[in-house]
Structure formats: structure tokens, C-alpha cells
Design a protein around this ligand. Structure first.
Ligand code: NDP
Length: 452
């Protein structure tokens, strides 16, 4: 009978062990499964990885900190939230990954995100380990003062676990420029140090140009790389985009700049479909709606005639050439993947993290369409965060043009690695390519350190 300690344990036995050690953590188990199936194949004949139990070690976070976050709302009621930081793996650099504030945040979600982040950061080629953090706090509907008090309280605990050479958090869902500003201010106040401890900062205080655009633009560059590898281009293509936050609006913007037509955007209330195309002016309106007025995407149809709002629905049944899921995890299931493929969708580039379920991914694989998983396609954000760290360390600031060029090259590099490890019989399996390329660098660094 196989045991999890067997050097050559098979995939089902290995996954059984992962499930047992992480009870009820479905998102984490799903993320591990997706990586393990490719990595198993890759390491099969590589004894050094088996001997060092690299796979068992890589699915165990270095450390998880959880803490109480108390704050007072505008009615002077004391509120209690839970915060976390998952420091997953720092083999190739300081922990790096965003902070998410959303009611759905729990340890499983953050562990899956930190795990994915480890391979994504490795793929960028920059020296960054993987981490993720957050709290079950909902900034929606809160006043600026409430958000400030929450962020200050959150940082009052977090600051002791992070640092520019230890762990460098950034934004994610529910954490944008406003929240980063409040958290950076509090870190600076407590430590009396101005240092590059967070990325996604405002450009007035050490933030990098291009960081807000980087994830969305990068996802579209990755899409363009995949299409060009097949002799196609973004120009003239119709695109379905989900979400209406940072990643979605910048992905939509880049599609438009490259001559494509964006048909949809969404939020957790539903999606809007604009058959005339969501052009730059409309995207700017959505950015203001979301960032300044903190409104809902349903308001779009009151301003732009010809568009329709589909309450409680996701946009995947709208026929399109390419799809960009840019909202959240598991927002595209098997049936929706079938709908996309059936309607002729030729490429999917994930702006969000793990937006497609495992069953949905299988549909894309079986149909042999171009499918760029989040850990490759949305790595542009963390890549520019890495460049923000470099600029902070050097006390300089690069211009937009230089950073834009670097982002384009970084995404080309990631695409190239996916092709190198994922091309077989004329078809590129981007999931396999990203998993293996991301894994190999981290695993080889772990081997160099011995058993720890
Ligand atoms: P934002 O908070 O700016 O936007 C999130 C968007 O997703 C909003 O439109 C939100 O709608 C929608 N959304 C959230 N939860 C759900 C849900 N359950 N169902 C439907 N829609 C939902 O976040 P970002 O744009 O920064 O992040 C989006 C995704 O991209 C996440 O998966 C994130 O991890 C990933 N990502 C982000 C990076 C970055 O640089 N920002 C880097 C790499 C990945 P609503 O307002 O209704 O909640």
C-alpha cells in the first residue's frame, strides 16, 4: 500500500494526503491539483526531486500568520475582523503577493493565492518568492474614515511580519491606491522608516508608473503573444471581459488600443453587454464609476444606449473571439466553457487568479483552444511590482515608456517559457508550460538549500 512518504507516490495518493492535511480548503486543494498533475509528469524520472520530497515541501506554506483586527465604525461600534498573511515560499526572493479585502477571504483562498503566486513570480524571472494576505473586511459601503481606521489597525499587526527584504505585499481585490496609501502611512509611522515595503503605491510616494495598468495590459500582451504564435492578432477580434475593477478596465483598454472590440464588463451584480463596443470614453466612465463614485456596473445602461444589463448573470454566453475573465476565482465553469467554445471563442487569457474551474479548463484543453492560465497571463502586475521594488531600492523612478517596454518584454519572456515547457505536437499547453517552468526554478533553489 502506497504511503505519502513513498518517494514515488502516485498522484491520487499524493492528493489524498493534501486533502487530509488541509481539511475543508477546497480552493487550495484545487490549486495544488492543477499544478501537481503537470509536475508529477515532469519529475517522474528526476530522482533528485523525489529524494528531497520537493513536492510535499512545496505544498506546505513556510508560515501562516493570522490575527485579530479591531476597528471602530462611524457609529462608534467596535468591529472585529480576521487578518492573515500566508508566507508561502521565499526560495527565490522575498515573499511577494497582494492583500485582499473581501468578505469571502479565508485561509483556503489565501493559501491558494499564495501557492499560485509562488509559480507566477518565478515565471517573471525576477527574484520574488510567493505570499498573499488579506482580511474578511468589506470596504464596499464603508466611509473613507472607516477604511482608514481598518487599514491602520490591519497594518499595526502586519508590520512586524513584513519588510523590503522579507515580504512585500501589494493590492488585490478591495485593496487599491486608497488602501495602500493608508497602510503604507501606518507602516512608516510605526517603524519610522520610509522603505519599499508595499508596491502599488501612489507615484507621489515611491509607486511605479505603469503599475495600475500592468496586470490588465500584461494579460492582453499575453493574449497577443498566444495569437501571434498561431499567426493571428488582437486587431478585429471581439472580446468578452468580466469584472470592472483594476484588471478588467485595463485589459479592456489595451484590447481597444490594439484594435479589438470589447463587448462586456461585469461586477458581482451582473454584466453589461454593449454590442457597439466599449470604447475608451466608456472605459474611462466605468473607471470613474468604480474608483470615485464606487457605483455598480448596472448604471452603465442609463448612460449608454444600446447596452443591456443582465442581472445576476456572467457574460460567457455572449459570442466572442476571445475571452478575458478578470473578476475572481471560479467565475467560469464547465458549462460556460462549453458555451464559449461552442460560440467560436479561440482564446482565453485569465486576468484573474484561477477564474476557470478545473472542469472548465478541461473543456478548453479538449477543444485545443489557446488558454493562458492566470499564473502566466496576469503576471504583468507582479512583474511591475518587482520593478517598483528595484526602483525603490535604487531611489530612482523610471518613465512610462521604459516600463511599458519592460512589461512587453517580460510578458514575451513568460510566453516563451510556456512554449518551451508546454509545446507538444504543434500545440502549446500553456498550463503545463507555466506550471513546469514556474516549479523548476523554485524547486532547484530549494534543492540548493538542503532539507529545511
Ligand atoms: P478589483 O477589486 O479592482 O475588482 C474586482 C472586480 O471583480 C470587481 O468588478 C468586482 O465586482 C468583481 N468581483 C469580485 N468578486 C466577484 C464575484 N464573486 N462575482 C463576480 N464579480 C466579482 O480587483 P482587481 O481587478 O485588482 O482583481 C481582479 C482579479 O485579478 C482577482 O482575481 C485578483 O486576484 C487578480 N489579480 C489582480 C492583480 C492586480 O494587479 N490588481 C494582479 C494579478 C491578479 P464587485 O465590485 O461587485 O465586487
Amino acid at each position: 500500500m502506497a504511503s505519502v512518504y513513498d518517494r514515488h507516490v502516485d498522484l491520487p495518493t499524493f492528493m489524498e494526503g493534501v486533502k487530509k492535511r488541509n481539511p475543508g480548503q477546497d480552493e487550495f486543494v484545487q490549486a495544488v491539483q492543477e499544478v501537481a498533475q503537470d509536475v508529477f509528469d515532469f519529475i517522474e524520472d528526476k530522482e533528485e526531486y523525489h529524494e528531497a520530497q520537493i513536492l510535499r515541501r512545496i505544498v506546505e506554506p513556510d508560515r501562516i500568520v493570522s490575527f485579530r483586527v479591531c476597528w471602530e465604525d462611524d457609529n462608534h461600534c467596535v468591529r472585529v475582523q480576521r487578518g492573515w498573511r500566508v508566507q508561502n515560499n521565499n526560495a527565490i526572493g522575498p515573499y511577494k503577493g497582494g492583500i485582499r479585502f473581501h468578505p469571502s477571504v479565508n485561509e483556503s483562498v489565501l493559501k491558494f493565492l499564495a501557492f499560485e503566486q509562488t509559480f507566477k513570480n518565478s515565471l517573471t524571472g525576477l527574484p520574488m518568492g510567493g505570499g498573499k494576505g488579506g482580511a474578511n473586511f468589506n470596504p464596499k459601503g464603508k466611509s473613507d474614515s472607516e477604511v482608514m481606521r481598518f487599514c491602520q489597525s490591519f497594518m499595526t499587526e502586519l508590520y512586524r511580519h513584513i519588510g523590503p527584504d522579507t515580504d512585500v505585499p501589494a493590492g488585490d481585490i478591495g485593496v487599491g491606491a486608497r488602501e495602500i496609501g493608508y497602510m503604507f502611512g501606518q507602516y512608516k509611522r510605526i517603524t519610522n522608516r520610509w522603505e519599499g515595503v508595499l508596491t502599488g503605491k501612489g507615484t507621489e510616494y515611491g509607486g511605479s508608473k505603469m503599475r495600475p495598468e500592468a496586470t490588465g495590459y500584461g494579460a492582453v500582451y499575453f493574449l497577443r503573444n498566444m495569437l501571434q504564435h498561431q499567426g493571428q492578432d488582437v486587431e478585429g477580434k471581439t472580446a468578452v471581459v468580466s469584472g470592472s475593477g483594476n484588471v478588467a478596465t485595463h485589459a479592456a483598454e489595451k484590447i481597444v488600443q490594439l484594435g479589438g472590440k470589447v463587448l462586456t464588463l461585469s461586477d458581482s451584480g451582473g454584466f453589461i453587454h454593449d454590442p457597439d463596443g466599449i470604447d475608451q470614453e466608456k472605459i474611462d466612465w466605468v473607471k470613474a464609476l468604480k474608483n470615485e463614485r464606487r457605483g455598480r456596473i448596472s448604471e452603465y445602461v442609463d448612460h449608454f444606449t444600446g447596452a443591456s444589463f443582465h442581472e445576476g448573470k456572467r457574460p460567457w454566453d455572449v459570442p466572442c473571439d476571445v475571452a478575458l475573465p478578470c473578476a475572481t476565482q471560479n467565475e467560469l465553469n464547465e458549462a460556460e466553457a462549453r458555451e464559449l467554445v461552442g460560440n467560436g471563442c479561440m482564446a482565453v487569457a485569465e486576468g484573474a487568479n484561477m477564474p476557470t474551474t478545473l472542469e472548465g479548463v478541461k473543456v478548453f484543453h479538449d477543444a485545443r483552444i489557446l488558454y493562458g492560465p492566470g499564473k502566466a497571463a496576469n503576471a504583468g502586475g507582479v512583474a511591475v511590482s518587482g520593478l517598483e521594488m528595484s526602483q525603490n531600492s535604487e531611489r530612482i523612478s523610471w518613465n512610462h515608456e521604459r516600463l511599458g517596454q519592460m512589461l512587453t518584454e517580460l510578458m514575451e519572456g513568460i510566453h516563451g517559457k510556456c512554449v518551451e515547457f508546454g509545446e507538444k505536437g504543434g500545440h502549446v499547453d500553456y498550463v503545463r508550460g507555466a506550471n513546469i517552468a514556474g516549479f523548476k526554478k523554485v524547486a532547484d533553489a530549494m534543492l540548493a538549500f538542503g532539507v529545511m
